[in-house]
Design a protein around this ligand. Structure first.
Ligand SMILES: Nc1ncnc2c1ncn2[C@@H]1O[C@H](COP(=O)(O)OP(=O)(O)OP(=O)(O)O)[C@@H](O)[C@H]1O
Ligand SMILES: [Mg+2]
Length: 430
């Protein structure tokens, strides 16, 4: 087993100028389950392939444990990869499929049988060892693909969207199995997904990537509670955070007809005359006549919860608003209600850079470090992540994301459904 370290690792594909992966600084601790998440094309697969040795590293280096593997061929890196399109050999049984890499590596037949059986037990595949892949369900086939990686007892597992071929229900079941299996085996794992729900439920820590730049590396809770910038704020969480621009006048902002004071420490950090305010759906409550007036589009009843989707005029601009309300609601679409924040404005970002202005050191991350020194890397990765975020915000293309509007309804996940999280911040409901 080993840790994994990316040191300013950069990949520039031939014929392109913009790096697909840009100076990534990241440490995955020994035995940790790290999830790499971000929208399509942000560089997740490239990062994983660089670690696997399948993609050249143009700048920086990659270490597995203390060993610099930047120039080491893939077969000598002691890693095993599970791809999205794991093809099983159709003419081989499950046992033969699982033992094939060992056979190639010259492992003796008896030893192979022992290791295959061991993995099959872990994966509940023992009854199927003599079957051919065509006689298996999708989930079982996926587990055989996992089994092929497990039997090799690598130092690091790399998984690139291994669940994307499964239907929604099976995805949920299998992601739990993979996460608990990883915890039992204790093998350092880097897992790629574009699905933020998958990332949040599986990872010890989650690394958020955008345009090849690392945005934030933190525990799922810290990402949710203290997103480092507007992009992470809009990307993590389902339904997504409400983001809106509010003018600062005399140290306060107006949220509809309520006035909210902004902390002087926060005001001291920005030169702008406005803030990007972030309020999660659960931060808003229905009120009689305070806050913003919202016209309801639809109420989504989920049983234990209900979400209200509507729109409001905020400082002259029509803004989509999502709020979590009690499970039984008498409101209907077309109704007008008032919504106000439960406390103050929970998340405050600079309107230009998109960087977080309030509580800049995630309290939860600090606690995590105190409880678990292994998490130090999460904090160590912070300054780099911030720099990355600043860099992103400086690029014109990134400004769009910074001035993000509340996220499209599509991004709302029913518990078992595949959440549409691709570029949530850039989409608008109407
Ligand atoms: N062989 C290649 N040559 C040139 N550009 C490439 C190549 N492979 C990938 N890219 C580009 O590099 C960027 C990152 O691609 P990558 O496959 O790592 O994204 P990803 O985050 O895995 O996306 P997805 O979620 O869609 O799988 C993209 O802009 C992509 O177009
Ligand atoms: Mg990919």
């Amino acid at each position: 087993m080993a840790s994994v370290t990316f040191e300013k690792a950069t990949r520039i594909y031939p014929g392109t100028t913009r790096p697909a992966v840009d100076q990534v600084e990241l440490t995955v601790n020994d035995g940790e389950f790290l999830v790499l998440v971000g929208p399509s094309g942000c560089g997740k697969t490239t990062t994983l392939r660089m670690l696997a040795g399948l993609e050249e590293v143009n700048e920086g280096r990659i270490l597995i444990g203390d060993r610099d593997v930047t120039q080491v061929p893939p077969k000598d890196r002691d890693i095993a990869m599970v791809f999205q399109n794991y093809a099983l050999y159709p003419h081989m049984t499950v046992a033969e499929n699982m033992g094939f890499a060992l056979k190639i590596a010259g492992v003796k037949k008896d030893e192979r049988a022992v290791r295959v059986l061991e993995a099959a037990k872990l994966l509940d595949l023992e009854p199927y060892l003599d079957r051919k892949p065509k006689a298996l369900s999708g989930g079982q086939r996926q587990r055989v693909a996992m089994g092929r990686a497990i039997v090799r007892k690598p130092a690091v597992f790399l998984m690139d969207e291994p669940l994307s071929n499964l239907d929604a229900k099976l995805r949920v079941a299998t992601r739990t199995q993979i996460a608990s299996l990883q915890r039992r085996l204790g093998v350092t794992t880097v897992y790629v997904t574009h699905d933020q729900v998958e990332a949040m439920t599986m990872g010890d820590r989650v690394a958020v990537l955008k345009d090849g730049l690392l945005q934030q590396v933190d525990t799922p809770r810290a990402l949710y509670e203290r997103p480092a910038n507007v992009f992470v704020a809009g990307f993590i969480g389902s339904p997504a955070m409400n983001l809106m621009t509010l003018k600062i006048v005399g140290g306060v902002v107006k949220f509809g007809n309520t006035t909210l004071k902004i902390d002087s420490a926060v005001l001291g950090k920005t030169k702008e005359k406005a803030i990007t305010a972030g309020l999660r759906p659960e931060d808003l409550v229905l009120s009689k006549n305070e806050g913003i007036e919202v016209e309801i589009d639809v109420i989504e009843e989920l049983g234990a919860d209900a979400f209200l989707y509507g729109s409001a005029l905020i400082e002259g601009e029509k803004v989509d608003v999502i709020a979590r309300i009690g499970s039984v609601s008498s409101h209907r679409s077309g109704d007008k209600v008032f919504l106000k924040p439960q406390g103050g404005i929970t998340h405050i970002f600079d309107v230009t850079t998109g960087l977080r202005l309030n509580n800049d050191a995630p309290a939860t991350a600090k606690k995590a470090v105190a409880a678990n020194p292994a998490a130090v890397a999460a904090v160590a990765a912070k300054p780099a992540a911030k720099k990355a975020a600043a860099k992103t915000a400086a690029k014109p293309a990134a400004k769009k994301a910074v001035a993000a509007k509340p996220v499209a309804k599509k991004a709302v996940a029913k518990p078992a459904a595949k959440p549409a999280v691709k570029k949530p911040a850039a989409k608008k409901t109407k």
